[in-house]
Design a protein around this ligand. Structure first.
Ligand code: GLU
Length: 434
């Protein structure tokens, strides 16, 4: 008899279903598209097409557990738009994953790739699971099972996955290996964020955090903020949050508040971001690190006084109710979707310089693209080359958004949508999609 409970399998129609609420991220994306489309006077056909994913795959995954039983998982891969090139985007492992989260995240990838002007579209994958309750071997079997199901729908010229929340280079290695078994040849460019030993790119691990740092640095120049001694608050200390924190600390910022799933703390004297990164890597949580300071209620955490605020956890953190009290000079969205649309005008009115998610965290997919390029010509760059190209892509994208915001007198998120959507729409138009 199996010892596991099967919450995901009880009612198929309830698997991964999102709520109807206004906070549903897919509805949020659709509203954001509507707003940008109206300003751009977009052709109604193109507008409607951009509101929906082109393709979705729902998969059911049998996985042999360490105790010999079989457990059934559910997952998704959403291909939002490939007008500008093959779909691109990460795979998340999360117990509360829903199809609408994946749809929204896939759409954000479409805008992200267009904004940094790489020849890729948008996709995203997700598996409903709690990786904390799985052994390494179970995780491996789950990753391989997922590729067995979606392996004919991804590929160098179709759709290229990568790491995201709760997935990493090791998981990408298992996936690329399974893909090679299925097809009978190595195709490293099918997945990015791989270990260096398996065709990964130097500089991919810290790429998202580095992109956050670059955009914060550029924003600081625009608003005349000296980053030396600037107070920084970081929500989430995983890959994105921790790299953003250490790289910004290297520019002179002082980490005065930090939070993760284990709690939230504030320390006006400053927290050593590098030492905390080491600690978090070892313990997987920040709780217990000496020097965290005083605990703060997590629901008030984002309201801590600071110059640079980096939400780098999950979506829907900044909304109408708390937005008036969130007053950094720069809000750098390391996470995807941390701010709901109702909060944007409030932040704008209060003079917060928002670096919207699909600009701020685009460094990861940008270096993923460099990884694909290196895989394609089977010649690998040094770190300096990766950094130079990343710098150039991020600064150019930042300037495009800043300029658009000035031109239309709109907040940066809407400006970023205007830049990205016009590029995607142009590709769709010349293809004859509308
Ligand atoms: N998961 C990352 C993101 O949301 C990276 C995606 C990729 O490298 O394809 O941008």
């Amino acid at each position: 008899m199996a010892k596991h409970s099967y919450p995901e399998s009880v009612d198929f129609h309830a698997v991964g279903v999102s709520s109807d609420s206004e906070q549903n991220p897919f509805r949020i994306v659709q509203r954001q598209v509507d707003e940008a489309a109206a300003l751009l006077h977009l052709d109604p056909g193109l507008h409607e097409l951009l509101r929906w994913p082109l393709r979705e795959i729902h998969v059911t995954l049998p996985v042999r557990m360490d105790d010999g039983s079989t457990r059934v998982f559910h997952g998704f891969r959403v291909q939002h738009n490939d007008a500008r090139g093959p779909c691109k985007g990460g795979i998340r492992f999360h117990p509360e994953e829903t199809i609408d989260d994946v749809r929204a995240l896939a759409a954000w990838m479409t805008w992200k790739c267009a904004l940094v002007d790489i020849p890729l579209g948008g996709g995203k994958g997700g598996i409903i699971c709690d990786p904390r309750n799985l052994s390494q071997r179970e995780l491996e079997r789950l990753a391989r099972a997922y590729i067995r199901q979606i392996g004919h729908h991804i590929g160098l010229v179709k759709d290229v996955p990568a790491p995201d929340v709760n997935t990493n280079a090791q998981i990408m290695a298992w996936m690329v290996d399974e893909f090679a078994f299925m097809h009978g040849y190595n195709e490293f460019g099918v997945i990015t964020g791989k270990p260096i030993a398996l065709g990964g790119s130097l500089g991919r691990e810290d790429a998202t955090g580095r992109g956050v740092m670059i955009t914060v640095r550029e924003a600081a120049k625009k608003i005349g903020l000296d980053l030396k001694g600037a107070r920084m608050v970081v929500q989430g200390y995983g890959n994105v949050g921790s790299w953003a924190a250490v790289l910004l600390q290297d520019l002179g910022c002082k980490l005065v508040g930090v939070a993760d799933e284990s709690g939230a703390w504030s320390n006006p004297n400053g927290i050593d971001a590098w030492a905390l990164k080491e600690y978090a890597k070892e313990h997987r949580i920040i709780k217990g690190f000496p020097g965290l300071g005083e605990p703060v209620p997590p629901e008030r955490f984002l309201e801590l006084p600071c110059e640079v605020l980096v939400p780098a956890a999950l979506h829907n953190q900044i909304f109408k109710e708390n937005a008036p009290r969130i007053r950094p000079r720069i809000l750098a969205e390391g996470a995807n979707g941390p701010t709901v649309p109702e909060a944007d005008p409030i932040l704008f009115q209060n003079g917060v310089y928002v670096l919207p998610d699909f600009l701020c965290n685009a460094g990861g997919v940008t270096v993923s693209y460099f990884e694909m390029v290196q895989n394609a010509y089977n010649f690998y760059w040094d770190l300096k080359t990766v950094h130079e190209h990343l710098e150039q892509k991020m600064v150019t994208a930042f300037e495009a958004v800043h300029e658009m915001a000035q031109k239309y007198k709109v907040h940066n998120r809407l400006a970023a949508y205007l830049v990205a959507i016009s590029r995607v729409a142009e590709a769709m138009r010349v293809r004859g999609w509308a």
